[in-house]
Design a protein around this ligand. Structure first.
Ligand SMILES: [Zn+2]
Length: 84
């Protein structure tokens, strides 16, 4: 799992996690961006269960994400425009 720093949107390093409830956890992380004003400062973000996914829909979403990740940017824009 990747966590972004809420200050700079850079990558943060997770160093601990604690369950709040059966479906909510506090995730403790630090910003890894030396240019950020919050570099190396810890923060807490929450991760929670939202809902189950339908296996067929999940497979379709994964296939679409794979396609979008592997086509040239101009074609990606065309595909996204057609989906709207
Ligand atoms: Zn940051």
């Amino acid at each position: 799992m990747r966590i972004k720093c809420p200050c700079c949107n850079g990558r943060a390093a997770i160093y601990s996690r604690a369950a709040v409830t059966d479906t909510v956890s506090n995730v403790y992380a630090r910003c890894n961006n030396k240019a950020c004003g919050k570099y190396a400062q810890g923060f807490v973000t929450q991760v929670s269960f939202a809902h189950w996914l339908d296996p067929k829909t999940e497979n379709l979403q994964m296939a679409l994400q794979f396609l979008l990740d592997h086509i040239p940017p101009d074609q990606r824009k065309q595909v996204l425009a057609q989906l709207q």
